[in-house]
Structure formats: C-alpha cells, structure tokens
Design a protein around this ligand. Sequence first.
Ligand code: ATP
Ligand code: MG
Length: 573
Amino acid sequence: MKAQSANTTTPSDESSLQNNFIRQIIAEDVKTNKHGGKVVTRFPPEPNGYLHIGHAKSICLNFGIAAEQAGRQCYLRFDDTNPSKEDLEYVESIKTDVHWLGYDWGERLRHSSDYFEQLHEYAIALIKMGKAYVCSLTPEQIKEYRGTLREPGKNSPDRERSVAENLDLFERMKAGEFAEGTYVLRAKIDMASPNLNMRDPAIYRIKHLPHQMTGDKWCIYPMYDFTHCLSDAIEGISHSLCTLEFEDHRPLYDWVLDTLNTPCHPQQIEFARLSLNYTVMSKRKLQELVENQHVSGWDDPRMPTLSGIRRRGYTPEAIREFCDRIGITRKNTQIEMGVLENCIRTDLEAKTTRVMAVLKPLRVVIENYPADQVEQLDAPYHPTDASMGSRQIPFSRVLYIEQDDFRETPPKKFFRLAPGREVRLRYGYFITCQAVIKDENGEIVELRCSYDPETRGGSTPPDGRKVKGTLHWVSAPHTITAEVRLYDRLFNQADPGADGTDFKAALNPNSMEVLTYCQLEPSLANAQAGERYQFERLGYFCVDNVVSKEGALVFNRIVTLRDSWAKIEKAKG
Ligand code: ATP
Ligand code: MG
C-alpha cells in the first residue's frame, strides 16, 4: 500500500502544478475551442492593503496559466470600486510585489474605475429592460426584507417603479442630489431565491467621496458583484479564477452577463484560498496589526505580506516553488508554515555563500598562541560548490565563540566545548578549554584555551585524534559588530482567533529577538541591503533593506537551518 499522509503539507497528485483541475478544464476548453480557443486571465486585487502570500497563490495561478499560452494574456486589474478604503500607496505596492514575484502584465494594466462609464451604461440598460430599480428602503430595511436562509425575502415597495421613474432617480443619484444611504440601484432578480445573493442585490450605491482615479467625477459607485463580471467581459477574460467564497456569487455573475449584451461570457472557476498556520491572511486583520503597532509596518519581516516576506529575505523563486507545491484544489486546508520554510531552505542551500558570525559572543583566549600573530586561513564559501570560491579568514590569540557552544557542566550528548574538552574550530584549529574565567557575580566572561598547531585548517592531527564538535568562531580584533534580528511565529496559536477570541490575543510576545552585539567575520564589511548569507550552523540571514546602513549593518534571520518547529510540535502532540 502506498503510504498516504493525512498531513496537509503533502500535495496530492491532483493538485500538482501541471495537472491541477483548473489546468485540466482550460486544456479541455482550448481543445474544444470554447472561448474561441483563447485563454485570458486576470489578477484583480482591491487596492485596500498590501498583498500577502495568499495573493501569491492567485498571482502564480493566473499569470502562470497565461504564461503557458501563446498570447501570455493576464491582466493586472485594480478592483477599485470602494474609494473609502483604497489608496495609491497600495496600488504601487501591489505593482512592486507582482513584478518581484517575476510576473509582468505588459500593456494589460487596468482599473475597474476605467470602466465606470461603461458600467453606468450597462446599469441604464438593465433599468430599461425592467431588470433594475431604484430602491429607497433604508439599509436596515433592506436587510430585514432580504429574509434568511430558511425564509424567502419580501419585495421592496419600490420594485414596481416605472422605467421612467427609475431612470430619473438614477440620474439624480448620479447628479449628487441625494445623501448616502437614501437610494440604491438594485438588480431585479428573485426575492424568493434560495441564494441570498440573488435577492435583488444592490448594484450601485451613493458615496460622496472622491476616488483616487476618477476624482470628483462620480458620487455613485458600482458594487463588486456588478463590476467584476462586467470588467471580466470587457477585457475578454476567458477564465475568471477566484476563491471559493465566490461560489455562491457565481449565479449572480452569470445572471448579469446573461441578461446584458456583453462581448463575451467568461467562465468563473473557484479554488481554495491559501491559509497558513500561525498567521492571519486577511488584509483587514493585517491592517489592524499595522495600525495598532503590533508590527513595525506592512513590511515587518514577521508579516505574511509579500513586502514583509521579501524584507525577511525570501526569494521569489521560493514563493513560486511554494505555490507549486501546495497546488490548487477545491478543499480548504491549512498549510503548515514549515512547507514555506522548506522552500526557502532548498532555494538558499544552493545559492548562498557560507560565512561565520557569532550572535552571542563568548571571549576565548588561546594562551599558547603568540599575542602579535595573525594568520589568514582559507575558507570556502560553499561546502560543495567550488565555483563560489573562498576567502581568507583571520585567526588570532583572541576569538569569539557562541555562548551556547560552551557548558561548564555539559549534559549528555553535548559535544561542544566544556572544561578540559577539545573541539574543532571550523577552518581553524583544534582547541582545548583549560580554564573558565568568571566575574564577581559568577558569570562566565572568558575561556582560556590552548590550540594544537598541528591541526591547521581544522585538520586531524598526525596522531589521528578525533573530536566530536565543530564550532564556528571569529577573530576578536577583526570582527564587524552588527545587529541581528531573530524571528519566531507571529502568533502562538495555529489558527489565531478561530476559537472566537480576538485574534490579537494570540500574538506571540516573543516573535522577535534583537541581538545588538553580534560579531561577524570581516568579509561581511561591505554586505549590501538584500544580500543573503548562510551563517554557519545558525541559519540563513538577509541584510535588512530598510534600516541597515553601511557601518551599522542589520540582518534578519530568514530561517533556521532545520525545521526545529516540526520537532517541537511532534513532541507536544
Ligand atoms: P483579503 O481577505 O485578504 O482582504 P481579498 O480576497 O479581499 O483578500 P482581493 O484584493 O480581493 O483580496 O484579492 C485579489 C485576488 O486574490 C482575488 O481573486 C482573491 O480571490 C485572491 N486571494 C485573496 N486571498 C487569497 C488567498 N488567501 N489564497 C488565494 N487567493 C487569494
Ligand atoms: Mg476583497
């Protein structure tokens, strides 16, 4: 029997990139010449926040599918129908993020607001067909008249208004004669429909607000359900891919396009949205974290936003690989953060240079090493890829090692340094701990060690003596001091707020540890913003692209070398 894990992290065959159900539908449609054999997709973000990793799934799907077709036609469309929440800052950040992920919309940049004129004409067409009416019920009344899942709704008293009266009122709504909330334009469908979305949904509302693209031109704005399908049709989209929560909206999508005379009728197909454990994935919640200063901004390296992930040091290749691995299905599952982390590890393993950095330094004096001597030792930048070359690292009488690499009374299986014990300094020498120096409080301040000159480069001595531990280190007079930020999960619950409590109560108070006295090997002196390194034995690190400065470097830990969380979780479970 083939082992099949119930784990959400194992993509099933049906979800693999080349073979997901959406690609199958599209391949079939191309074969049968549906939509004229064309494939045109779009990614339609609302510019009301920064993109998150969930959006990456949709971007990779839409741009990815288009990229496989001759015309490579994928639109980036800003769904900007709600001027109260939208902003140009978000528009710019979204463009940056899509480009960073490696996709290009070329000439196909659109805004729903580009179509406001056409949408308005379509609305008038609906009124003239007797398929839309201006309703004067208050928002509360509209809700009350809508009914429930069990009970049908009630017709609005305005439902039978004449076409002429509707046209007049709609014109006056547009002219700014009425206050917000006094009138809406509603589609006339079926107040008894089992689908609540079909119970005469509002398609235009009054908002006396300027719009970031159209300025003061409009004071009525079309609703999402009316705008989206028509924008798709205007652009000639063949396959309108969206997340599962729009499944119940599909009858309305189709009703609008069937009722109006549109250039084409795109096909809406829904897929499961991405959710990752130990984080939240809604722009509203992410905005709350920013506004309440639980994080430093949308690009805080702990955020699941693309700008945060980028600042943390993730590569676009790793994000695309992640989207590939999780696949596309119609089942909502929670993906483990470890899946994302494994993607970046795999990507960085091959392409980052190895360097040595000591995050929590402990001073080591090599007593039998001459005080005035400095040696340059050869150290390769990558253990297996010689093409990355090597550098010289200085070795001298005073070194730093990691505090965690020494124990005065070592527990079992602790193979690092301890009194009387010998270890290897990587690319350095074998050293033996001879004495432990403490301050008046009993805190360890320094180790006195000896070295074996016959182990240069960390090689085995002529007598064949073996050591169990190999440590990283730096030469104290030659280091660069830098700040390093270590990150943990932003939340300490797998599904923050799922139990009905405020999601913010699940914030992990220890999600960031700032170490300000880290000692780095001198080759890092010119490290540039955005550069990534493996600090030997510690993980992958990236020079921060916001606060790091020449002479005051700041590094973010992208990810540890191994998934320590998987182990912790296992131990708990
Ligand atoms: P949020 O709830 O985070 O605000 P949204 O769906 O309101 O997300 P939009 O700007 O409307 O955000 O999303 C643009 C596109 O990205 C839509 O097609 C949407 O279905 C898709 N999308 C949003 N979140 C996810 C997700 N978690 N997984 C996959 N696709 C997503
Ligand atoms: Mg939305």
